[in-house]
Design a protein around this ligand. Sequence first.
Ligand SMILES: [Zn+2]
Length: 339
Amino acid sequence: MNEPITVAGVAVAPGERRDVTPVASESYTGDRTTIPMAVLNGIGDGPRVFVTAAIHGDELNGIGVCRELLGRLDPSQLSGILIVVPIVNVLGAQIHSRYLPDRRDLNRTFPGSHGGSMAARIAKLLMEEVVTGSDVGIDLHTAANRRTNVPQMRVRTEDERTMELAIAFGAPYVLDASLRPGSLREIAVDLDVPVLTYEGGEALRFDDRAIATATDGVLRTLHYLGMIPSGPPPPQEPPIVMHESRWLRAERGGIVDLHVGMGDRVEEGQPLWTTTSPLGAERATMESPHDGIVIGGTTLPLVSPGEAILHIGIPGEGWAGYEDDPSAEEDDAEDLEPT
Ligand SMILES: [Zn+2]
């Protein structure tokens, strides 16, 4: 038999779901802005897991996933504790923005502090009420605005426990991703809480495939952890693990026509896109520098030199012979990828 738990001052008995609304901030008129959370305390013993979404306020697919999960999960059938937070960055979501109103990135602000910025206060609240004491976390993201991601998991592949869970989740791709300073994933590692970061679809939209893939993935993970009696069947193909990826950038400005789709396998030398001028003159065709899989890309057909067009993942050990570009990682963190 499980024990009662208390989250945000609310006691939740075994077999019960309670929705709690800790205060994140106040509006200019003094109204309270809360972060809605569902706390499902299972009947039986088991791990404590959290699912968070919209840490970046414009990344909506995770909200859809949380809704699906909460419609399907019943605390009387659950072992352990599940805390679901559909919109962590409520202030950003209200203005359709990845960032807080003060332009801070919540996922660079962990562990946060009580007396800090808006972002730091929300980070601290999440740490205290949700992350601390958990055994596993699943954090749901999408690509940044005007980009899209094929459903994929971002984890430190060297961490065996996290990899085990990522494979159980069953997203089509698992991409090795270093820890970014101030991210939820980094701070959770310090607390010894493995966090699976899911990326799927684009910002400011609901993408049915990305939502379904993540919903199935969370349920598979809960089943793997022994928290629910059954889960979706494993995917037909096991996840493809990639230790390296690169964003390929436009050499010429203009209008870009992609020759490949999201999720396509590409071969070295294969034309990936052509840039033309608005008057129709061809300016450049980009060929793939290596074999790989298209795991993300732009959704905006107008490009300038240097803009990222396609994200190519490299299955297996890496992109042999390709010069390592440490600035790409930074760029990725700040600009391209929301994780
Ligand atoms: Zn994000």
